[in-house]
Design a binder for this molecule. Structure first.
Ligand code: ADP
Length: 273
């Protein structure tokens, strides 16, 4: 069906961050997880009758090896890093293209947007974000698709990496999303890394206070891990009234269950305050 008759602006907005750990095989360079990408596309296609979407994706085994080889997130310290900007873009474009092709095969009208062209940072944080094209796309019912990206930075860093987690939190807040869902390959936030600690328990509702004591009980390397930066970004949105959920989107049907508040699915909800 080409036209549902629903007024486009009436549909609640869901911002979904597709984590690198779910859409790629993280320990195998440049390897996508096509099955998961396709299952997410199928679910977005089904949910579009009732919801608007912004999709953001992480780098996983496409972005991270190249970004760390050229130490892009440390900022500019040597001209040899510049080709690293190109190589990060090359790989991330490949991953965006795979997701775009999958979405198109399910008839989802996604439009890729590259953050480096429409936002600027200061000391690694988003400062200005020209979101007007996204607003116009959403009014039409199109689906903006954005990767985490390299970004220009006004501080002495000159450039940085802006994470998909951060882009997703920023857009969810700006457009007052109904839900912000961080999709990953584990069921949510646990008392320890569930991949290495079989006694770790899922935390269904996580407050900032609990996060601080959780961090204190983990090792330094855990604290610098991606999951905690994601949670920090998530709290920024949760404190502005957005419902923020961290869940496992590698499971078939999980996106639909989380968006529709179906019972029986495990996840972590961030509790503001
Ligand atoms: P993504 O790449 O999907 O955005 P990250 O790799 O940044 O996600 O974070 C998810 C990973 O964090 C999981 O695969 C998990 O192994 C790891 N992790 C470490 N500590 C925890 C924890 N306490 N709770 C949940 N996941 C954790």
């Amino acid at each position: 069906m080409l036209f549902t008759g629903i007024s486009e602006e009436m549909r609640p907005l869901v911002v979904v961050k597709l984590g690198g750990s779910m859409i790629t095989v993280k320990n195998r360079p440049f390897t996508p997880n096509i099955q998961v990408i396709d299952e997410v596309s199928r679910q977005v296609s089904e949910l579009r009758e009732e919801y608007l979407f912004i999709l953001v994706h992480g780098g996983g085994s496409y972005g991270h090896p190249v970004a760390s080889e050229y130490r892009i997130s440390e900022g500019f310290f040597h001209p040899d890093q510049l080709i690293g900007l190109t190589k990060v873009k090359l790989r991330m474009n490949e991953l965006t293209q795979l997701i775009l092709a999958s979405l198109a095969s399910y008839n989802v009208p996604a439009v890729p947007i590259t953050p480096v062209s429409c936002l600027t940072c200061s000391s690694g944080k988003v400062e200005k974000f020209f979101t007007e094209p996204l607003r116009m796309m959403l009014k039409l019912g199109a689906v903006p698709l954005l990767p985490g990206d390299v970004a220009m930075d006004y501080s002495e860093k000159k450039f940085t990496i802006i994470s998909g987690d951060s882009v997703a939190a920023h857009l969810a807040t700006e457009f007052n999303a109904f839900k912000l869902i961080y999709g990953t390959d584990v069921d949510g936030v646990f008392t320890g890394d569930p991949k290495h600690d079989s006694n770790a328990n899922l935390i269904p509702r996580l407050s900032r206070g609990m996060l601080n004591s959780l961090k204190a009980s983990l090792t330094v390397s855990d604290v610098t891990g991606g999951i905690f930066r994601k949670i920090e970004e998530g709290f920024n949105a949760a404190e502005k009234g957005i419902r923020v959920i961290i869940g496992n989107l590698t499971k078939p049907g999980a996106l639909i269950s989380i968006v529709k508040d179906e019972t029986g699915i495990l996840y972590t909800m961030l509790e503001p305050g």
